[in-house]
Design a protein around this ligand. Structure first.
Ligand code: NDP
Length: 257
């Protein structure tokens, strides 16, 4: 109760907990692959839900939490330009992820209820954390617009978003063209197996830099911890399933890993 009245301390603890969870997630997902997409199974993970519905449900807190917070509190920091820009980066990403991405998605593998439920919990947690930070806790002065961290961070975020969306739509086109899985090509896919994950990680790294905050850092670290082991797993899967898979292609970071 005390923490709810002290959003500054609350965001601090929520961020610290996210950093700790990121470490545990990295270790766990290095051994256990989340059973959705090409690894989808209901065995031990509960009933399967259609992919489109799952994506909409699990990502939706990232949209409705900031909206509800704005409606509940008359005095949010959204009257400040930089706060408005930063929350817009977060919000625009999730308009795509929670609405446009699932709506345009061709038929994809179903997702177990337990995976969807865990994702809802994480998205609720992160949406509360980022919204509290940008709408209640930290007021960014207008001169932050000229700060190199804001400028570089925003550019990195936008580049990451372009890479992520381009890669997601390339995969969708592949999936829509024929049934099954194919070797993706074009854009960052010519260098890495998981261009969409690379773009996503770049986005939240840019956001962490642009917000220069513990909540931003925690979110970026968590995203990496969640996606890097899965990228490694996807990479191995491509090599095992396609005899002529391009040998120079890395898993996630061009030329390196
Ligand atoms: P995947 O790359 O595993 O799959 C994306 C879509 O493309 C699915 O519809 C999939 O079908 C299809 N697909 C994938 N590879 C191929 C292929 N080789 N040939 C044909 N179709 C293919 O990504 P995710 O589903 O894990 O993630 C989707 C988006 O969500 C990404 O942009 C990712 O960055 C983001 N995300 C972000 C997370 C975060 O922590 N911030 C966590 C998880 C995802 P199918 O489902 O049938 O395999």
């Amino acid at each position: 109760m005390l923490l709810i009245n002290d959003p500054d301390t609350l965001t601090h603890w929520l961020s610290a907990l996210m950093l700790l969870t990121a470490t545990l997630t990295f270790v766990a997902t290095s051994f256990i692959t989340a059973p959705y997409g090409r690894y989808s199974t209901s065995k031990g993970w509960g009933p399967l839900l259609p992919a489109r519905v799952s994506w909409m449900v699990m990502e939706s807190p990232n949209l409705w939490v900031p909206i509800v917070l704005h409606l509940l509190r008359a005095d949010t920091l959204l009257s400040h330009l930089v706060n408005r820009i930063l929350i817009s980066l977060f919000f625009v990403h999730y308009v795509h992820r929670a609405v446009l991405f699932p709506l345009r998605m061709p038929e994809s593998s179903p997702m177990p209820l337990s995976v969807c439920a865990l994702a809802v919990l994480y998205c609720l947690w992160n949406a509360c954390l980022q919204s509290l930070h940008l709408m209640v806790v930290r007021r960014y002065a207008e001169d932050w617009l000229c700060d190199l961290r804001f400028i570089l961070g925003t550019i990195i975020f936008l580049v990451g978003m372009a890479v992520n969306i381009h890669a997601d739509y390339s995969l969708m086109r592949l999936r829509a063209s024929r049934k099954g899985y194919f070797v993706p090509t074009g854009g960052l896919f010519d260098y890495v197996s998981c261009a969409n994950y690379a773009g996503e990680i770049l986005e939240w790294t840019g956001y962490a830099l642009a917000t220069w905050s513990l909540p931003g850092l925690a979110f970026a670290v968590y995203t990496f911890s969640n996606l890097a082991p899965r990228a490694q797993r996807h990479h191995r899967w491509y090599i095992q399933n396609f005899k002529d898979y391009p040998i120079q292609r890395k898993a996630l970071i061009p030329f390196i890993w």
